[in-house]
Design a protein around this ligand. Structure first.
Ligand code: NAI
Length: 312
């Protein structure tokens, strides 16, 4: 684009004797950590989505697992060739963080190191805690943005982020949230489009709690499997869901974690608890209650709360 390109909702492109005017009223999103695992496919999904008008991609050099081949870092050059609406820009290194964030509506953060074989998510805590510097930058540069946290361990990172935003005086509980995604439908042997299973609690071990008693068929609104599950089946499916992330790490021989499904993608007295929400332009506009849960799930919620409390 020519140097006189103006990056506002409405902008003018000038070049030679041709002038084109375009209006782009969509959402503006910044993704932090776009060179590797989750960030790269997520950037492509956003570029394909007509709801977004601007896509800023930010990554750092010298971070853990960062490639030393600078040419590989330019995800934007690659996806810019897709003839979809979003205008893509690349930002590299801490000094460019402010520019990457300025004027955006949504920041998605899949930065940091994923779980390796033999690790539990808590092992990532000390490694990924460096995210605090980035969060301070966000709290300072763009307090009005919706912030989605993917970096592990989500159960702790959300409370860390809350502290950072509170200290900066910019905390809005509707706008700050962790993200977790789990396809329980496949484990149930059902079509993902036809089934909805709320997964509540958190994003590690027993804190991941699929409410199988609320499993609903989305087409008829009727409950699809409630009557079919025996206690041992519920036990198996719950454990399988809780170990879903570990299965992916094992399938990748410990070299990575769930990236593609994550890219496509979380009430109790605890300050933080994953539950279903309805998202709108201002963030979480409605928080859904847990709904009726059975005895097995009640015990599961108690176990989840205990571990979550420690993580928080
Ligand atoms: P990855 O190592 O493949 O990619 C991480 C990216 O973040 C790299 O491009 C790296 O250069 C960048 N990065 C590192 N530090 C940065 C910083 N300070 N600022 C900006 N960019 C930075 O890792 P992957 O597989 O994409 O996972 C990312 C995180 O997401 C991990 O913490 C992982 O555990 C977590 N995760 C969360 C899930 C969830 O459901 N919430 C599911 C799967 C992974």
């Amino acid at each position: 684009l020519p140097p006189n390109f103006q990056m506002e909702g409405s902008f003018v492109l000038k070049g030679g004797d041709c002038m084109a005017k375009r209006r782009t009223p969509g959402l503006k999103v910044t993704i932090l950590g776009t060179t590797e695992g989750i960030g790269q496919p997520l950037a492509m999904l956003v570029k394909m989505n007509p709801l977004f008008s601007f896509l800023h991609l930010y990554d750092v050099v010298n971070a853990p697992r960062v490639t030393t081949d600078i040419s590989r870092m330019n995800t934007s050059a690659d996806i810019s060739s897709m003839n979809t609406i979003a205008v893509v820009r690349n930002f590299l290194g801490q000094p460019q963080l402010g520019k990457a964030l300025k004027g955006m509506n949504l920041v998605i953060i899949p930065t940091g190191v994923p779980k390796k074989l033999g690790m539990i998510r808590d092992d990532l805590f000390n490694i990924n805690v460096g995210i605090v510097t980035t969060l301070k930058g966000i709290a300072k540069c763009c307090p009005m943005e919706i912030v989605n946290l993917i970096s592990n361990i989500v159960n702790s990172v959300v409370s860390i982020a809350t502290e950072v935003f509170m200290k900066a005086g910019t905390y809005d509980p509707k706008q700050l949230m962790g993200i977790t995604m789990l396809d329980v439908a496949e484990v149930l042997g059902l079509h993902p489009r036809e089934v909805d299973v709320p997964v509540v609690g958190g994003h590690a071990r027993v804190t991941i709690l699929p409410l199988l008693s609320q499993c609903c068929c989305l087409i008829t609104g009727a409950c699809a499997v409630k009557c079919l599950l025996k206690p041992e089946e519920t036990e198996y499916l719950t454990k399988r869901s809780q170990d879903g992330g570990t299965e992916v790490v094992q399938a990748k021989a410990g070299t990575g974690s769930a990236t593609l499904s994550m890219a496509y993608a979380a009430l109790t007295e605890l300050p933080f608890f994953a539950t279903k929400v309805r998202l709108g332009r201002n963030g979480a506009e409605e928080i859904y209650q847990l709904g009726p849960i059975n005895e097995y799930e009640r015990i599961g919620v108690e176990k989840a709360k205990k571990e979550l409390e420690a993580s928080i």
